[in-house]
Design a protein around this ligand. Sequence first.
Ligand code: C2O
Ligand code: CU
Ligand code: CU
Length: 550
Amino acid sequence: MTDITRRRLFVGLAAAAAVVAATPWLFKRRREHDHAMNPAADAHTAPGLPNAQPFQTPLRLPGREGLFAEVALSAPLALSARAAAFPIFAGKPTPVWHYAGSVEGRAVANPLLRAATGDSVEVVLANELTEATTIHWHGLSIDEANDGSGLHPVAAGARQTYRYRIDNRAGLCWYHAHPHERTGLQLQRGLAGLLRVEDEEDRALGERLGLRWGERDLPLFIADKQVDADNAIVYRIGADDWIGNRVLVNWTPEPFLEVLPALYRLRLVNGCNARMLRIAFDHQGQPLPFRLIGTDGGLLAQAWSMDDVFLAPAQRVDVLVDFGALAPGARVLLRSLEYVAMENEDESGAFAPDPMGDHPGAAPMGDALDLMQFCVAACSDSQRRQARLASANVPAALSTLPAPPDTTAWPVRPIRLRMDSDGTWFINDWNYHQVGHAPVFSVKRGSREVWEIRNNMTSMPHPIHLHGFQFRVVSRSISPPDVRSRKVAPQGLGPQDLGLSDTVVVWPGEIVRIAIDFSQPFSGTQRYMLHCHNLEHEDMGMMVSFAVED
Ligand code: C2O
Ligand code: CU
Ligand code: CU
C-alpha cells in the first residue's frame, strides 16, 4: 500500500468513526506505539544502531582529503557524481553517492568549497551514476542555467559546467543534487556538501573575536540516515518524511569534539531529508545559552542570546557558544530538544498512522535526539583569559545588514500550503506532478513582492525554500506557542527571522509574510523553484517553478 492510499484509507476510516477533532496544535502525533510494536526498535540491539556508548568517534573537520575535505574554488573544479564505499560506521564500509574530485593529487569527496563574494567560479560535473543528477547551489543567487535545479538534469554519463559569479554576501551555503522526483533518494545517499562564502565583514568579525576557521570557527553539517545491519543507507522512494536511526555530523556518526574552555563559532546546517531539529547545548541537564549571529544568508545585524533554535531541513544557523565557564572534563551535548511536531496531516485531526516500519530505531519526529558531544579540555590560565576576552569582544553591531524594507506598498502574492483529501501536497492549486516544469506564475525582474505563505491547520511544518533570491521575513501570525514565544521584534518575528533567509518554516495554521526583491543581473526568462525542503514533500510534488522576466 502506498502512503497515499494508506492516507486516503485512514482519512476514510477516521471520518467513518466520526472522530472528534482536538484543537490541532494541542496534540502531538505519538509514534511510540508504532515504535513499541516494532521489535527492532530496542535502542541497543537493533542493527545499524549506535552502541550504548555513543560519542566515541572524533568529529571529522574540514581536512585536506577524503570526505569533507576543504577546497578553494579559486581554480576550476571537476567533480564526478559517483558511488563508492566509505568507512563511516564501525564495521563494513558504507556505499555513498558523492561528488568526487581530485585536487593537487588528493582525492576529495563532497568537499567543503570556499569562495569569496565577487569570485567567478567554475565547477564541471561529470555524472558517473546510472541516473540523472545535478548540483544545485542552495542559497546562491545565480541564473537558471547554473542553478542546478531539476529543470536542467545532467543525464547519466553526461557532463555539465556550472559557471557563475558569487554575488551573495558571506554565509554558509550548500550544494546538493536536485533531480526531478529523486532529490530525497540522492541526498539520503550522500550527494551534498557545503559552500562557504567569505567577505570582508565576515573576515573582520573572525579576526576581532580571534576565531580561526577550522579551529574555533567550525561547520557542523548534520544529517540523519536510516542505516541497516550492513551499514548501508536505506531509502524507499514514495515513503513519507524520511527520518533516520543514525545521526552524522560532518559524516561522523555520533561524534565528539574536544574544545578549549573558550568561545566557539559553530555554523550548523540541517542536511536531513525531513527531520526538523530544535538545536540546544546541554550541560548537565541545563541549557548552555548561545548567541545567534547568523542565518541562511549570513550575519545578523546583532547577536541574540538563546537557549534553543529550530533548524529545519536546509536551514543554517551561525552561533557563538562559550565553553569558557566550564571546568576541564565538562561535557556538553549538542541535542535536538523535544518539540511538538504538529504533524496534523489528515483532515479529521486524528492521529495518522506512521510508517515507522521504514525507520526502525529512529527517534520519532519531535522527540529529543542527541547529536554530538563537546568535551572541555584542560588549558592554561592565559588561554582561559584570552578566551574570556574574545567572549567579551562580541561587537554590538555584527554586520551592516540593512533593516527590513517597508513593504506597505508592495503587492502581495498569496501562497497556500495544503494537502488534499488524497494526501497530495499542494502549493496553491499546484502540484509539480500535475503542473510540470511550466512556470505557474511570473514576476517582473526588479520588482518587489510580498509573498503571504499560509499553511493549513491540518498540515505539517513546511520549510519553504526559494531558489535564486535571499529574502526577508516580515511577519508571522497565528504562530504556534513554540514559535510565538520566541518573538523579539514586532510582527511576531523571532531572532532567526531577522536576517536573510532562503528557507523559512511555516507552521500549521501560521501565516508568514516574506519580502523578495527580484532584482538580478541576468536577462531573459529565468525559471526558479519554490518548494518544500522536506525532500519527500518536494519529490511528491510540493514544488512549483516560476519565471522572472523583463
Ligand atoms: Cu536545497 Cu531546491 O533546494
Ligand atoms: Cu535551493
Ligand atoms: Cu513540506
